[in-house]
Design a binder for this molecule. Structure first.
Ligand SMILES: Cc1cc2nc3c(=O)[nH]c(=O)nc-3n(C[C@H](O)[C@H](O)[C@H](O)COP(=O)(O)OP(=O)(O)OC[C@H]3O[C@@H](n4cnc5c(N)ncnc54)[C@H](O)[C@@H]3O)c2cc1C
Length: 454
């Protein structure tokens, strides 16, 4: 090595680190030439070169803030009962239902072991013996749908069919004797309920087209026809079956018990949504139902519509909860998923999609909260307000789940990350409780004064 450069450095009073020189000698072909070239540089260039040569400090990925799907504090200022309901539903869903949700969905069966647990949950949040329909606290019942659907929309449907549809029919239109015999065990989930309006050939036009017939025969009624969908009916003890009385042409409601002769139930297979709920085809072949099982409060199809309005409002809460769950799961995933050495949530285009979802989710939450408060204040909800909620909330939910699934890449279609299940289940929410078009027609008629149904 040319010692003149070293001498110069030594004369300048620099402390030379022998280890550094040795490392340099190992890596440079000609250290002498390198030191010579360096010694020719003016101080500014030398400094710049030294800056560039320093290894870059590894960039620390900041710890992401906790995932929060309620950024406008929509769920603040709840009553103590509503707050308890929210906390209890959230922990029930996360601790008890979530662990079995994906397997149930994949198998296409409802996890029956949850039935007694659902009874204990109901007793905690509502209290056996106190069920009313329409709900005395629509915000509280909305929160239940929201929190259930946030984690498992199939379980939400199981619960909604049991409570809003089956128990709701008996609470609204049943006799005192029917309330004792059916409503009380249903409240405890000692009995499971179903509700059958739709038929294989009549969905949207059930009000006009309903073909299932009821013929009076002494103290009994004879039911004939077919039903489709009716959630829970594979294992339900009692099913509220809607049939047209052949003598007056009016639709009436009957409490059909699962062991009645001529009542055959077959599970629908091949579903791509709400796979954790069991939907069915039902054959009613001369089913003899005693008069004491007819709902005495039902006079016509109009009563079905009256019951469906609060149920539709409940579906809007369900859509809001489902969208919130999808947003939260997608954000969690994007914070953890590393690509190009960084969490994908650090990329601008991903953040844009997360923000777009959050805006829609926030709008959904404020929308349904106002819907619930309106329902509470007025003691009921009009058909058009319920239908508007169903239409808009389902459209908004669909936007969110589509973005959530997409932002997760290929893993977005795997059940293990949950969003795939929410994405698919959104199609069930979109389809039931009246299609988009039928609900839009209800609102359209109200705002224009003109019916455009046919
Ligand atoms: C997961 C799931 C669970 C369900 N659970 C139950 C249950 O527990 N009990 C029960 O009784 N039912 C249940 N249903 C049935 C549900 O309520 C019906 O699917 C729904 O009412 C629509 O009827 P449809 O499927 O027969 O569609 P259709 O009536 O055949 O409609 C097909 C399409 O035509 C459109 N359309 C029809 N008429 C018009 C018109 N006049 N103008 C414009 N467009 C029109 C509809 O909007 C829709 O897009 C369930 C459905 C699903 C998917």
């Amino acid at each position: 090595m040319d010692t003149s450069a070293l001498d110069q450095l030594t004369q300048n009073g620099q402390d030379l680190d022998a280890d550094v020189l040795a490392r340099l000698a190992e890596r440079a072909d000609d250290v002498n030439e390198l030191l010579g070239a360096l010694s020719q540089l003016d101080p500014t260039d030398l400094e710049r070169l030294a800056d560039g040569a320093r290894p870059a400090k590894p960039r620390r990925t900041p710890q992401p803030p906790p995932v929060d799907g309620d950024v406008y504090d929509v769920f603040e200022n709840l009553t103590p009962e509503q707050e308890h309901t929210r906390e209890a539903t959230r922990s029930f869903m996360e601790e008890t239902v979530h662990p079995v949700a994906n397997e149930a969905w994949e198998n296409g069966t409802f996890p029956k072991e949850l039935i007694p647990k659902a009874g204990a949950f109901f007793d905690d949040v509502i209290g056996a013996g106190t069920f009313t329909f329409p709900y005395d606290d629509p915000v509280r019942s909305g929160i239940i749908s929201f929190e259930m659907s946030r984690v498992d929309p199939s379980f939400c449907t199981f619960y909604g069919v049991q409570t809003g549809l089956c128990m709701g029919s008996i609470a609204m239109y049943g006799s005192e004797e029917q309330k004792e015999r059916f409503l009380r065990p249903l409240e405890r989930f000692d009995m499971v309920g179903s509700w059958a309006l739709t038929e294989p050939d009549h969905g949207s036009d059930a009000s006009r087209g309903l073909e299932t017939t009821a013929r009076r025969d002494g103290d009994d009624w004879i039911l004939n026809g077919a039903k489709k969908w009716a959630g829970n009916a594979t294992f339900a003890d009692v099913n509220v079956v809607w049939a047209r009385d052949v003598s007056d042409g009016q639709v009436k409601g009957f409490l059909v018990e699962m062991d009645m002769d001529g009542y055959e139930v077959e599970q629908l297979g091949g579903k791509i949504a709400k796979r954790g709920v069991e939907n069915v085809l039902i054959d009613l072949d001369d089913v003899r139902v005693p008069e004491k099982n007819r709902l005495p409060g039902v006079e016509s199809f109009k009563d079905v519509g009256t019951q469906l309005a609060p149920c539709r409002a409940g579906v809007a809460w369900e859509a809001a909860g489902l969208a919130t769950g999808a947003y939260e799961k997608a954000l969690e995933y994007c914070n953890e998923r590393i690509q190009f050495g960084k969490p994908v949530s650090s990329f601008q285009m991903v953040q844009d999609q997360l923000v777009s979802m959050l805006g829609t989710v926030t709008a959904l939450q404020t929308f349904v909260m106002q819907l619930g408060r309106l329902e509470e204040r007025e003691g009921s909800i009009s058909a058009e307000r319920a239908s508007l909620a169903k239409v808009w909330a389902c459209d908004a939910m669909r936007d969110v789940v589509q973005t959530a699934r997409g932002v997760m890449g290929g893993n977005g279609i795997l059940l293990e990350h949950d969003v795939a299940r929410l994405f698919a289940d959104a199609e069930g929410v979109f389809a039931y409780e009246g299609s988009r078009e039928m609900n839009a027609l209800i609102v359209g008629r109200a705002i224009t004064g003109q019916s455009a149904f046919v």
